[in-house]
Design a protein around this ligand. Structure first.
Ligand SMILES: Nc1ncnc2c1ncn2[C@@H]1O[C@H](COP(=O)(O)OP(=O)(O)OP(=O)(O)O)[C@@H](O)[C@H]1O
Length: 288
């Protein structure tokens, strides 16, 4: 349903290659996670799907139609079938929650105000926020703001929802709530979801299929079902981390650091003729 063919996106006249000859298929109705370290090209690739960032070369197909071949007006129409949410929520601060949701309907050409209001309230209802319709973004928590953003993305009845680091600004508890809404939206509305994240937990909890990116390219792909199998042997650091128990720190190790005299223990400091008083005086001077 989403198909990228040899997509390359460069910036600064070709000096920076953010996406490097990527071909990717996203199954209809699936949740596809794209993970990678900072600067891997994840956000650019996501924005290539709705041509928010037009690829320098290559083809983008959604629902059997080549978006890269459409006129600007045709593209404007098709974009309403692809919702998007962002890490920073991107709500308009001087608009209420319901007015924020109505915005996407206005852009989609819904001219009747009552119709817009009705559909916006329905969308807020979907994320259990109809009772906060009149609240301004500043009066909402981070999780609630992201749910308003989800309602805004869904109000135009898209087939696809693109999520750019949807929970990176949220605490773990709120993250779980937002991910559950995304899972329900996928299961109950059949919307295909593509989620870009650097959060391993988000991938493990939400994705069906996983793409790992590095330096603009796809370096590994697997399903979360494979991840759970004992025989799965990932070949990237991110893949290995995903099958591990999480961050592991060996506490209490000795002898692994080359400790300079100035950072050594008290006895060593004496040996290097640096007294605690010297250190305090120096810090005071820096402070002044
Ligand atoms: N508009 C732009 N102009 C110039 N360079 C850009 C632009 N957008 C992205 N880049 C560069 O392209 C590369 C990929 O950026 P991108 O934001 O897609 O990566 P990312 O994997 O999403 O990283 P992060 O997780 O930090 O957001 C980076 O080197 C980035 O600096």
């Amino acid at each position: 349903m989403i198909s990228l063919r040899h997509v390359t996106t460069t910036f600064k006249g070709g000096d920076i290659t953010a996406v490097d000859d990527v071909s990717l298929d996203v199954r209809r109705g699936s949740i596809h996670g794209i993970i990678g370290f900072s600067g891997a090209g994840k956000s650019t690739l996501l924005r290539n799907i709705n041509l928010l960032e037009r690829p320098t070369s290559g083809e983008v197909w959604v629902d059997g139609e080549e978006l890269t071949g459409l006129s600007a007006e045709q593209l404007r129409q098709r974009r309403h079938q692809i919702g998007m949410i962002f890490q920073g929520f991107n709500l308009v601060n001087n608009h209420t929650a319901v007015a924020n949701v109505e915005l996407s309907l206005t852009f989609a050409g819904v001219t009747n105000r009552r119709e817009r209001r009705r559909r916006a309230l329905e969308a807020l209802e979907l994320v259990d926020l109809a009772d906060r319709a009149k609240a301004y973004p500043a009066q909402l928590s981070g999780g609630q703001k992201q749910r308003v953003a989800i309602a805004r993305a869904l109000a135009t009845k898209p087939n696809v929802l693109l999520c750019d680091e949807p929970t990176s600004a949220l605490d773990p508890f709120t993250t779980a709530t937002v991910l559950q809404y995304l899972a329900d939206i996928n299961a109950q509305l059949g919307i295909t979801i593509v989620v870009v994240t650097h959060e391993m937990e988000v991938i493990k909890a939400l994705a069906d299929d996983v793409t790992v990116m590095e330096s603009g390219a796809i370096v590994e792909q697997f399903t979360t079902e494979q991840l759970r199998s004992d025989s799965f042997r990932p070949h990237t650091a991110i893949g290995s981390y995903l099958i591990s128990e999480g961050i592991s720190v060996d506490k209490g190790r000795t002898g692994t650091l080359e400790v300079p005299a100035t950072l050594a223990t008290h006895e060593d400091v004496d040996a290097a003729s640096v007294t605690a008083d010297d250190a305090a005086t120096t810090l005071q001077k820096v402070g002044n």
